[in-house]
Write a protein that binds this ligand. Sequence first.
Ligand SMILES: CC(C)(COP(=O)(O)OP(=O)(O)OC[C@H]1O[C@@H](n2cnc3c(N)ncnc32)[C@H](O)[C@@H]1OP(=O)(O)O)[C@@H](O)C(=O)NCCC(=O)NCCS
Length: 333
Amino acid sequence: MTSVQIKEPQGAAHARILGIGGYSPSRVIPNSEIVDNIDSSDEWIQTRSGIRERRWATPEETVQMMSVSAARKAIERSGLEPQQIDCVIASTVSHLLQTPSVATTIATELGCEQPAAFDISAACAGFCTALAMASDLVRGGSAKHVLVIGVERLSDLTDPFDRGTAFIFADGAGAAVVGPSDAPAIGPVVWGSDGAQADLIRQKEDWRDALLTGHLPAIVMDGNPVFRWASFEMAKVAHEALERAGITPDQLDVFVPHQANGRIVDALARSMKLPERVKVARDIEYLGNTSAASIPLALERMLEEGEAKSGDLALFIAFGAGLVYAAQVAVVP
Ligand SMILES: CC(C)(COP(=O)(O)OP(=O)(O)OC[C@H]1O[C@@H](n2cnc3c(N)ncnc32)[C@H](O)[C@@H]1OP(=O)(O)O)[C@@H](O)C(=O)NCCC(=O)NCCS
């Protein structure tokens, strides 16, 4: 090894979420607009999934447009200028261009000054995954203010005639800015993957085969095993995230699980044995499953409706195609 010493980055002692923002598309799609295509009913969808309606993007509400709208709010609420953002991470599985990444064009439209910018693919676990990376980047010194975006236009990749997915997936964007903090405010991430179960949620074909079918490659899901995995295995992950942060369930104020299914939210909340006063996000009723966008969108709604407030202790847990998962405790901005 060389005897020349190189300098290493020096990061902040701690990181926190400085601000969040969301964007929900303008088109409200009630269950009644979906049921005929899939021989279902409003009652079945509500009972089995907790979804009453969801938002699907109009042609103008692109991945870029929704991301920029959510990010502007998050940056403004952080009290920062776009020029202070030095890294942008966009998590998405429904941006239809594999290259260039959407993070670079989002950054430019926001007016950031040539930040590091890249996309990640971690499906519904995308927000918690990117949040963990952002926290480590700030504490490791590779960035000072990281913009994290979870954005999906899943309506593009949903087959409206598929009974297993047509009523679940939806569109939207959520964003958070992560920066230096005087005190610990983002706990250790508990994350992982299980590629042996990759077939449970996947695109039906790749882009080359999609050329032959003439359709975009829709996402298909074997819902029941995913449901069982999420309800049981994810409860253990949620507990571990609390333990690693040194927190007990009664010290929590807010529980924001990924909005995959209202019954999964209930099962997780039950198994956490959360005290009555802990508020649980139940955004799925109005927004469906927005994948990487669901946690920041749900948290924004809780803040707007007074269910959460700045300084509260929140537990985030997200999981999805891969299978992948990520969870952490964080202080609400
Ligand atoms: C999709 C999901 C709501 C289905 O609920 P479920 O309780 O598992 O339902 P099942 O697939 O076991 O089907 C139960 C019955 O409903 C029927 N059914 C399935 N889809 C239906 C639909 N859209 N409308 C009406 N009936 C339907 C089935 O045919 C079955 O009928 P049977 O009992 O006569 O055989 C549920 O599995 C789920 O939410 N899974 C996880 C979703 C998720 O988290 N996805 C993303 C991860 S990020």
